[in-house]
Structures are given as structure tokens and as C-alpha cells.
Design a protein around this ligand. Structure first.
Ligand SMILES: [Zn+2]
Length: 279
């Protein structure tokens, strides 16, 4: 295992352990049982599959771009102190765009719905992605990294931040109101991302960010509070009963024929309500 891969693994395990402790201390709600094994099973399958394909590694793409002097930031010959934050921001924007695409295109939604079928949220939800979505996501990030000419240091910093952001934003945490409000200018908070996991189609198309909230604010997809308040928020997919979340069922979910379920249950509808721009 490379030093970078080891660093990523240790950082992820440390973040996971700290967030699990925080969830016990400051839980947002009592969670239904039986979600961890399917979530962790999907995480292990996805990580294993991506690890088998080094060509899909963003770090390998960054090293190749540096060797070949390929990609926008190499062509612009920017100094490192400017190229690194620019690459970080551009990668974050690319992940925001990817998440919007996952909701917009029916084929990609088939994969991404597995993440949204979780009937509750905690840190393990941040690891729960169908292996096919993990492959698509890795290939996309590697391609963006090469085209951008992001340096290996920028990719490593962004990957660490994104992994931490994905775990934190799904955590079953209730933050103090003041901390929640201030943090939302810097990071996607659990209260913000929870709205994205609503069963309501209009709310699923809000708060796409995994790390920074800036792109949601810039592109009009930010929503501060659930319609009707947190008590009215229902997490998951209306088409997926809470008890139906075994690992095999989740692996098969993208390939299920539309079985007469309402289209709005399986596919995102065009968003019609205007975003709430309040912080
Ligand atoms: Zn989503």
C-alpha cells in the first residue's frame, strides 16, 4: 500500500471513530437497527473494486499529468501556492456537478438511489454507495484531475477533505444552533445535508455539496431548512420500505425493472420550487 493510500485509510478510520463517539454523545435521533452491515458491506465492495483498478485513481492521474506536463494548471504555469487552492476548489466544484448529474440523469440515478434508499442517516451512510457508482465516480475524478492538471498534493488534500466531509455531513449529529449556522459558511453540516436525503423530490434536489457549501449557494441549490421543519422531514426513498435494505437487495436495486412504482418514487422530477437563500 502506498504512503498516500495508508494516510487516507488512517484518516478515514480516525474520522470514523471520532464521529461515532460524537454521534453517541450528541445524537440527532434514535436510529433504526440493521443498517450498518449493508452500509459497510457496500463500502467494502466499492473500496475493493476501485482498489483493483489503479487507472481509476485520481492520484495516479495527477502523477501522470505532472510527468507529462498535461492539464490546464500545468499549461498555465501557475505557482504552487496558487495552483493548489485553485485545484482544490475546482475538484470540489466538479464533485458538486457530478452529484447534480447523479440526480438529473435517470441512468446515474439508478446507481445513486442506493445511497438515498438508506432510511436514516449516520456516518455509515457516507460510505454507502453502490460499487458501480464508486467506479463511475472514480473514473470521473481521475479524468477531471488529468484535464485540470491538479498536482498530487492537491488531490491528496482534496481526497482527505472530501472523505471527512462525506462522513461528517451524514453523521447523526445535532450541533448547537450557533455552531450549525456559522459552520454552514465553511462546511456542509449534517443539518444541511439531511435535507438532501428527504423523501420529497424538491428537497432531494437541494444541498448537493459533500464538502463545501459554496457551490450550492452560488448555483441556487441551497436550502436552509426542511419544508415544515425538521419534525416533518422523512429520510430515504418512499419506494423503499425501511426494512428492505439487505446487501443483495441493494446491489440489485439499480437493475430492478420499474415495477409499476410511481415515476416520482424512482426518478427525480424537475425541481420547481425556488431555493431558500437564507443562511
Ligand atoms: Zn444525492
Amino acid at each position: 500500500m502506498s504512503d498516500a493510500a495508508l494516510l487516507r485509510l488512517l484518516a478515514a478510520l480516525l474520522s470514523l471513530a471520532l464521529l461515532l463517539l460524537a454521534e453517541r454523545r450528541w445524537p440527532f435521533q434514535v436510529l433504526p437497527a440493521g443498517r450498518w452491515w449493508p452500509n459497510l458491506g457496500l463500502a467494502a465492495l466499492s473500496a475493493g473494486l476501485v482498489a483493483l483498478l489503479p487507472l481509476l485513481s485520481a492520484l495516479v492521474a495527477a502523477e501522470w499529468a505532472a510527468d507529462q506536463h498535461f492539464g490546464l494548471l500545468h499549461w498555465l504555469r501557475l505557482p504552487d501556492w496558487l495552483a493548489l487552492p485553485l485545484a482544490f476548489l475546482a475538484l470540489d466544484a466538479a464533485v458538486y456537478a457530478q452529484h447534480r448529474a447523479m440526480h438529473h440523469w435517470p441512468l446515474l440515478w439508478r446507481l445513486h438511489q442506493v445511497h438515498h434508499a438508506d432510511p436514516a442517516l449516520d456516518v455509515t451512510s457516507g460510505l454507502r454507495f453502490h460499487p458501480a457508482e464508486a467506479l463511475v465516480s472514480a473514473a470521473y475524478k481521475a479524468a477531471v484531475t488529468a484535464l485540470l492538471g491538479a498536482s498530487p498534493a492537491a488531490v491528496l488534500a482534496f481526497t482527505l477533505a472530501l472523505n471527512l466531509g462525506a462522513l461528517f455531513s451524514h453523521a447523526n449529529l445535532r450541533l448547537p444552533a450557533g455552531a450549525e449556522r456559522r459552520l454552514r459558511w465553511l462546511l456542509v453540516t449534517p443539518g444541511m445535508h439531511r435535507i438532501h436525503h428527504s423523501q420529497r423530490m424538491d428537497e432531494q434536489q437541494r444541498n448537493y455539496g459533500f464538502f463545501s457549501p459554496w457551490w450550492d449557494r452560488a448555483f441556487g441549490s441551497y436550502q436552509a431548512e426542511p419544508e415544515g421543519g425538521e419534525a416533518a422531514l422523512r429520510i430515504g426513498l418512499a419506494s423503499e420500505p425501511p426494512g428492505a435494505s439487505g446487501l443483495l437487495r441493494l446491489l440489485r436495486l439499480p437493475f430492478r425493472a420499474d415495477d409499476g412504482a410511481p415515476a416520482s418514487d424512482t426518478m427525480p422530477a424537475t425541481c420547481k420550487t425556488p431555493p431558500d437563500s437564507k443562511p
